[in-house]
Design a protein around this ligand. Sequence first.
Ligand SMILES: *[C@@H]1O[C@H](CO)[C@@H](O)[C@H](O)[C@H]1NC(C)=O
Ligand SMILES: *[C@@H]1O[C@H](CO)[C@@H](O)[C@H](O)[C@H]1NC(C)=O
Ligand SMILES: *[C@@H]1O[C@H](CO)[C@@H](O)[C@H](O)[C@H]1NC(C)=O
Length: 399
Amino acid sequence: MNSSKYFNFVFCAVLLVQVLVIQSEEESVCYAELGCFSVDEPWSGPLRPVPLPEDPSVIQTRFYLYTRRRPTNRYYVKTWPNIDMKNSYYNGSKETVFIIHGFMSTGNDTWLNDMKNAYLNNVDANVFVVDWGVGASDGEYNKVCANIRVVGAEITRLSRYLIQRERASPIRFHMIGHSLGAHTAGYVAKSIPGVGRITGLDPAQLLFEGFKKEVQLDADDALFVEVVHTDAKPAVPLLGAGILRAVGHVDFYVNGGWSQPGCQIPVISLQKIASRGISFTPVEDIVDSVICPHNRAFEYYTEALAYPNCTFWGRKSGFIKSAVSILSLGWLSRAFNYPSDCSITTCTPLGFRTIDFPARGSFEVATYNSPPYCISEEQVDAKMERELSLYLYNSADVI
Ligand SMILES: *[C@@H]1O[C@H](CO)[C@@H](O)[C@H](O)[C@H]1NC(C)=O
Ligand SMILES: *[C@@H]1O[C@H](CO)[C@@H](O)[C@H](O)[C@H]1NC(C)=O
Ligand SMILES: *[C@@H]1O[C@H](CO)[C@@H](O)[C@H](O)[C@H]1NC(C)=O
């Protein structure tokens, strides 16, 4: 993990160097059933020097299926040359979930397993953990950004199989992606009409933010798109890894979205410097300061799924959000937002039920500094519970 963290840091720090990387000569490449990929605009350009994606056999996308009948011993889905899901317990009439990791990560990382457990404990779903760890492990960030197009095409191919052969309904798809995985989820949903839900966990910023909708996660991709922002600060010069802009129907800016409490390095490195002297290189600490807030996105989301009695309330933010993002005043949002008047149009909880609430827009969330991060507020919970059941009752009436 140390070397992967190191690469993660390097990718941020050497962005400007990578921008000068010369583009590959071929203009497009075709990978059988996955289709053709080009480096035409908007996929590549002077400001987005992203090469062609690597061969699917290099990227080695794998799918591990978990269900309540098989919750721990994963079912490895054979996808080539033909998809084979015999004896898998996949059930197309239940919800289908894809959990997709990001750069320098793999499907074997514990957070995907934790999130899968949290999901299955609450919902009788089909949960696919997508492992594209080989394709994600190239230290060259630009190349990995290209590879997610192939990963997206692999997930799309499997999804079409599930829709056609297993009679799954896209509206019951829930795609959850962290970092580059969030954009991958967007690619899949762009090619399958009517995907129900995408959860983008701190979607990657570099080479995505500021570019066309086609290359990044967007609210138009699915019927409901929600985004958790935990490291939304400029990559240059602050090494932020997550996108700044709100791109979903609901965007949660946790603790201001800029930095996360407990992640700051100065305390740790000052201690280390004090105990070991200034020659001790705090590179690990710097790396942690990049990775820590970025990874909090999946920690918060897993916690939100795991503990229904412990809610991360998002409170609607207007100009305050912009102010805290720009000025890095996460603590200010807390001061301004707690407590405030919550109604089902101004507040929404992070987790399974976000989609049920009618509130849309950007929301501020406050957490504790260490797990369990969620702040339980029973009064809000009880009030919102009543309002929501009334709302759902009335909207069901209308339909
Ligand atoms: C699939 O799920 C549906 C709904 O939960 C259930 O009624 C059905 O029996 C399941 N099919 C199989 C083969 O288990
Ligand atoms: C994840 O684990 C499986 C089984 O141990 C292994 O085959 C696969 O290569 C691993 N994935 C990565 C990216 O290392
Ligand atoms: C939530 O429930 C768990 C187990 O059901 C319990 O251990 C925990 O204390 C509860 N948390 C709150 C904030 O009520």
